[in-house]
Design a protein around this ligand. Structure first.
Ligand code: NDP
Ligand code: HSE
Length: 429
């Protein structure tokens, strides 16, 4: 049995987990997969400053990528550094050298996928990125290797562990956003810059990869509207609870013929919806295929060992498929695939919260503007409050075009009886 030499780029949360699995499970993998996998080099920024010296021998560490690139005995490069540069250059150089690349870095894959894909095909090298979406959940291979019979019409999921952890704590324990973010960071779920998580960028990178594979058309990050969770308040959770809903950061992709809608935002889900029950760092993804109908995958979306599980599975695939790697067959250019029409004015239900003057005729004025924009109301709630002159209105709409709802609310915000449009949330049933 030939030995496979592997280099890790990065030895943080993910890289150290990959090393642990490859060393602790070496004999089992050898037995089950007939593979002899060895990490022979680990790149970090400063080889004299390893975070966990006890885990791997010091002689494996280097800060010089050339030692990996020019080592012909290394056939697989595992990138788990994060960020765009130097990750992008290192991946391109490895592929050009004919080495297969496995990456957990959704930012670099979603933004530079087209470049990597072209290089991998040209050099007959493998490009694998299962860990980029859903951590330990085998979602990408499910789409590529198990759902081929289907025309997939919907992907919808919770694909960021940090925000789900924060939203769960805010909902269940009434905690403030900042307190919980700190906890998520210390548990190793959050990105180095937590903006990527809480402002929804991380989910957008993942949705770009997920929806592109599901709908077989490249949907770049730049076309995905995004909204994070930082504006959510205790009041949003109180209203949601009162109405029987949870609030989750959802990534949504739907295909209607040749039209595709993709968006990431906080969403109200009925408590009875399976995604509403996904708590903490867990992720879950719904797929709808024309033949299989609905399936849902659930698991740990972040953390060292779950993510490493997906990375090691990619390493095994890369070795088994050496010389006959599979590549995506849709046009993978930087822009949106020409075969696709992006549906920007998609339909959804919405929940808007307004602070208004507590006076006769206010509701009629608000309803009049909604009607003008063809937005139909499903229900209106005015919780009793002690304020004497102001009132809070919660409006739930029927399905309405997203742009019409936004235009109506912009007009409503300008009414003299309206103090503020405090929030606008999507609602999925
Ligand atoms: P960490 O910050 O824990 O680790 C990053 C590692 O990369 C560190 O060892 C760091 O070295 C090294 N590194 C970073 N930049 C360089 C550089 N320029 N040159 C050499 N080494 C470098 O990140 P994670 O392990 O959490 O994440 C890695 C990737 O995996 C990211 O893309 C992330 O989005 C993704 N991911 C993370 C998950 C998680 O749960 N954490 C889950 C799924 C994906 P040093 O220690 O010297 O700074
Ligand atoms: N920061 C990411 C998350 C890591 O919280 O989901 C997993 O991709």
């Amino acid at each position: 049995m030939n030995q496979t030499n592997i280099a890790l780029l990065g030895f943080g949360v993910v890289g150290s987990g990959v090393y642990r699995i490859l060393t602790e499970n070496h004999d089992d993998l050898n037995h089950r997969e007939v593979l002899d996998l060895h990490v022979t080099r680990i790149l970090i920024r400063d080889a004299a400053n390893v975070r966990d010296f006890a885990l791997a021998p010091q002689e494996l560490f280097t800060a010089d990528y050339g030692e990996i690139l020019n080592d012909d005995s290394i056939s697989i490069v595992v990138e788990c550094m994060g960020g765009v540069e130097p990750a992008r250059s290192f991946i391109l150089q490895a592929l050009r050298a004919g080495k297969s690349v496995v990456s957990s870095n959704k930012e670099v894959i979603s933004k530079h996928w087209h470049e990597f894909d072209a290089e991998a095909k040209a050099r007959d090298a493998g490009l694998y990125y299962e860990a980029t979406v859903g951590g330990g959940i085998p979602i990408l291979r499910t789409i590529m290797d198990s759902m081929q019979a289907n025309n997939i019409t919907r992907v919808m999921g919770i694909i960021n562990g940090t925000t789900n952890y924060i939203l769960t704590k805010m909902s269940e324990e009434g905690l403030d956003f900042d307190e919980v973010l700190h906890e998520a960071q210390s548990l190793g779920y959050a990105e180095t810059d937590s903006t990527a998580d809480v402002e929804g960028y991380d989910a957008t990178y993942k949705l770009s990869i997920l929806a592109s594979l599901a709908f077989h058309a490249h949907l770049p990050v730049s076309v995905i509207p995004r909204e994070g969770i930082t504006k959510l308040s205790r009041r949003d959770f109180a209203i949601a609870r009162q109405l029987g809903y949870e609030i989750k950061l959802l990534a949504i992709g739907k295909k209607h013929g040749s039209q595709i809608e993709v968006h990431v935002h906080p969403t109200m889900l009925p408590k009875t919806h399976p995604l509403a029950a996904v708590r903490g760092v867990f992720n879950a993804i719904f797929l709808t295929g024309h033949a299989a109908n609905d399936i849902m995958l659930y698991g740990r979306g972040a953390g060292s060992m779950p993510t490493a599980s997906a990375v090691v599975s990619d390493i095994i695939c890369a070795v088994h498929r050496a010389g006959r790697h599979r590549y995506i067959t849709f046009a993978n250019a930087e822009e949106l695939s020409t075969a696709v029409q992006l549906l920007e004015n998609y339909e959804s239900r919405f929940c808007a919260r307004l602070l208004v003057e507590d006076a006769p005729g206010v509701l009629a004025s608000v309803a009049g503007v909604l009607a003008k924009h063809n937005v139909s109301l499903r229900s209106v709630l005015q919780p009793g409050e002690s304020d004497t002159t102001d009132a809070r209105l919660t409006l739930l709409t029927h399905n309405a075009a997203a742009q019409s709802v936004r235009a109506a609310l912009a007009e409503i915000a300008g009414l003299s009886c309206v103090r503020a449009v405090e929030s606008l949330l999507h609602v999925e049933e």
